[in-house]
Design a protein around this ligand. Structure first.
Ligand code: BMA
Length: 318
């Protein structure tokens, strides 16, 4: 894509590869990143060589050069209900800070399908699993970092045969039991995201709304292409979409985004807004390596507001 780029790639991409991990892994991707004290903490997904995923942890002083801890951070539970539902692996974490604690939502895979689990940590040393917070056939749950009228909110993505996989919102008073779900955003026919969309990074507040970086997928004769878009949700009512970018903000371009474990994928699970008005954006490249870049928050907001597209198709399917 020619012209001005909203997301500027870091010159040292990929910033993390399987070679940087001190235990045997085939991939390092789909990582969440958050600032904890004066460090950046990354929780990444890594495929083991049996095809199951674990979650590893890396730390950084500058948000770009990460050092991986010697052991995986979260591996499938050995017993109990989590053991039953995580038997095939734990994937695609997201981190959200609420009231001083960090909540991690991740995909739990098993013979029963994929559902979302919630864990909590205060220091990234000790982690406590709290609950499985969806039924089967859900992925990509991101929490909002504050309550709305006393209730927590999340964006989620149920799988369904009758509609394209879309972004929904649900509410909870305890982070465990969720309901009042509504469909907020869907892919548009013959658009870059026409196959499906899903939540990406934990939303962050801007003066014009919550900015949410999501992924959209286009099916080609040569397989699916995963790209990123941005949406703005009203600050006091995240169920109200203010605007969605008509164009993608990032697509696979670099060799390590176009080829790897799954080709032509950029997939985002984390973004860190900075005091200087930029946001660091993290994405998995081809489900194999971690990449990072930065963007001006105002430019992303403007891209949503100045070149918007409908959040949901109209009744004629457009
Ligand atoms: C999705 C998930 C992601 C992955 C993407 C591209 O369905 O499995 O974890 O990054 O496909 O393979």
């Amino acid at each position: 894509m020619a012209g001005h780029r909203l997301v500027r790639r870091h010159e040292q991409n990929p910033i993390l590869t399987p070679d940087n991990v001190p235990y045997p892994v085939a991939t390092v991707h789909n990582a969440a990143v958050i600032r904890h004290n004066d460090r950046y903490v990354m929780l990444f997904r890594a495929h083991l060589r049996n095809g199951h995923s674990v979650i590893g942890m890396a730390e950084s002083g500058d948000g770009f050069r990460f050092k991986v801890r010697p052991e995986p951070w979260l591996t499938p539970a050995g017993d109990g209900v989590f053991g039953e539902y995580e038997a095939f692996g734990v994937e695609d974490p997201r981190i959200c800070r609420i009231d001083g604690a960090y909540y991690i939502t991740y995909s739990a895979y098993s013979a029963h399908g994929v559902r979302i689990a919630l864990a909590r940590t205060e220091d990234f040393q000790h982690v406590e699993r709290i609950a499985l917070i969806t039924q089967a056939d859900y992925r990509n749950v991101v929490l909002f970092p504050q309550r709305f009228n006393g209730r927590y909110a999340r964006l989620d993505r149920p799988h369904t045969d009758s509609t394209p996989w879309s972004i929904w919102i649900s509410y909870s008073s305890d982070l465990i039991h969720w309901g009042e779900s509504r469909r907020l955003m869907a892919s548009l026919p013959y658009h870059w995201d026409e196959l499906k969309i899903g939540p990406g990074a934990t939303p962050f507040a801007t003066d014009r709304g919550w900015l949410h970086i999501f992924h959209g997928v286009f099916q080609t004769m040569n397989g699916a292409v995963y790209r990123l878009g941005a949406a703005l949700h009203a600050l006091h009512d995240p169920a109200r979409i203010v605007a969605v970018t008509d164009e993608w903000i990032l697509e696979p371009e670099e060799p390590w985004e176009r080829s790897g474990y799954v080709p032509n994928v950029v997939f985002c699970c984390g973004a860190v807004p900075e005091a200087d008005g930029t946001v660091k954006i993290y994405w998995g490249g081809a489900d194999t390596v971690m990449c990072a870049g930065s963007a001006d928050i105002e430019e992303l907001v403007d891209a949503c507001l100045q070149r918007p597209r409908p959040a949901l198709p109209d009744s004629n399917g457009k």
